[in-house]
Design a protein around this ligand. Structure first.
Ligand SMILES: Cc1cc2nc3c(=O)[nH]c(=O)nc-3n(C[C@H](O)[C@H](O)[C@H](O)COP(=O)(O)OP(=O)(O)OC[C@H]3O[C@@H](n4cnc5c(N)ncnc54)[C@H](O)[C@@H]3O)c2cc1C
Length: 378
């Protein structure tokens, strides 16, 4: 086992780190405050090849390994996890196509994302079906050479700006897991309405909307996989994206650790810097060890994908541990700052708000434990 990065990985980390420090960080507070969409940052990230990381070279992408994507994900989230979530959304939308699409579908729906900046969204969650994915009610009814879609999706990242959607729907609610299918929606077909941008607690730079489908027609050739494959495709997509979510948590927590160390050196109480108090030292020590443990779990779960191994169990370890870790670490960072930690002028309260989302999206921490338990009891 070799824990060293090779030259390519080091160069990639360096590029992503500089981008996060020089381009994302200076604007992070502005986008958090205004909740505007960071189009300029996304364009700049696209130019550097930090978007569509999962696209293979034969489709015009950079074809980064899963481990390399995880390395980049940590750096982007260190800069601002809201921006990182927006930047990674294309990969989430691409995964169903890359995992289950035909060669022709990959050329038609995936390759164009490498040719010019074009955003895509992954549309799975519904108002009545979040954790219970198979309980979805967005219906796809076959009508000649089309499917006709009716229903709604909520919390869709980048949905307002997306030009393509990887949509999951059911053909028969009673069939639950077996009744689902995945379709690619191109552009804004008639009957698709985009709702207002949600006013969120954290990761406010990411765009989050509801999508409503009223008799939206989608050609049958846009179906990814077979009818009934939708649930499997969605779960495989999430297996692939969990290492990146875990690394988002690591990036947020690393930022909180760095701020805490810096502040603890400056802040004086009882005539000395607060870093001289063991209570502060132990909080910082716990932060650092848990961040490293989460990072190694995330790397392991990414490495398993690169080795062609099923990573469901380890990626759930990684996502669950890292998300809960980031919530703890950012809460402790606010504690290290004392009252100033609670004030928006200081950087750590944003990190605490941002971290919360990692425990919720792409499978809550409870659902990750459910996956882990299911895998263990299989
Ligand atoms: C900002 C943001 C961006 C998002 N982006 C996307 C996106 O791009 N695409 C997309 O499809 N979705 C997206 N989501 C949706 C996200 O994945 C869901 O919110 C998440 O899966 C949880 O679903 P829910 O909100 O319906 O919560 P619920 O499923 O209603 O859960 C509520 C609570 O009950 C718990 N719970 C539920 N079932 C169980 C169980 N069986 N055992 C134990 N506890 C349980 C949950 O852990 C949670 O604590 C996003 C969400 C947010 C907030």
């Amino acid at each position: 086992m070799d824990f060293n990065f090779n030259d390519t990985q080091r160069a990639l980390q360096d590029t992503a780190r500089k981008f996060a420090r020089d381009v994302i960080r200076p604007k992070a507070a502005h986008y958090d405050e205004t909740a505007q969409f960071p189009k300029d940052l996304i364009s700049a990230g696209y130019e550097l090849g930090l978007i569509n990381m999962t696209l293979p070279p034969e489709l015009g992408g950079t074809g980064l390994s899963h481990l390399e994507q995880a390395i980049v994900a940590e750096e982007l989230a260190w800069g601002c996890s809201g921006v990182a979530t927006s930047m990674i959304a294309n990969d989430l939308a691409l995964l169903p196509i890359l995992l289950a699409g035909t060669e022709e579908q990959k050329r038609k729906f995936a390759a164009p994302l490498a040719q010019s900046l074009k955003l895509a969204s992954f549309a799975l969650t519904e108002p009545g079906a979040g954790s219970d994915v198979a309980g979805m009610s967005t219906i796809a009814r076959r009508d000649g050479s089309d499917y006709v879609i009716n229903g709604s999706k909520c919390f869709i990242t980048n949905g307002e700006y997306a030009e393509q959607y990887s949509l999951f729907a059911t053909m028969d609610r009673a069939k639950r897991h077996q009744g689902m299918l995945c379709l690619v929606i191109e552009g804004r077909p008639k009957g698709l309405t985009v709702g207002r941008h949600e006013n969120k607690m954290g990761q406010r730079a990411s765009n989050t909307v509801t999508l409503t489908f009223e008799d939206v027609r989608v050609p049958v050739e846009n179906r990814i996989g077979a009818e009934g494959d939708g649930f499997r495709i969605a779960m495989e997509t999430l297996d692939n994206s969990r290492p990146l979510n875990a690394q988002f948590a690591v990036g947020i927590a690393r930022a909180a650790l760095e701020h805490s160390i810096e502040y603890a050196a400056q802040r004086q109480q009882f005539g000395k810097p607060i870093r001289e108090f063991q209570a502060i030292q132990f909080m910082v020590a716990d932060m650092a060890k848990d961040i490293q443990a989460a990072r190694l779990l995330a790397y392991h779960s990414a490495w398993m994908l690169d080795a062609g191994q099923r990573n469901t169990l380890v990626s759930s370890y990684a996502k669950c541990f890292a998300a809960d870790m980031a919530m703890r670490v950012t809460t402790d960072a606010v504690q290290v700052y004392g009252g100033y930690g609670y004030i928006k002028e200081f950087p750590v309260e944003k990190l605490m708000r941002d971290a919360k989302l990692i425990q919720i999206y792409e499978g809550t921490s409870q659902i990750q434990r459910l996956v882990i338990a299911r895998e263990l009891f299989r």
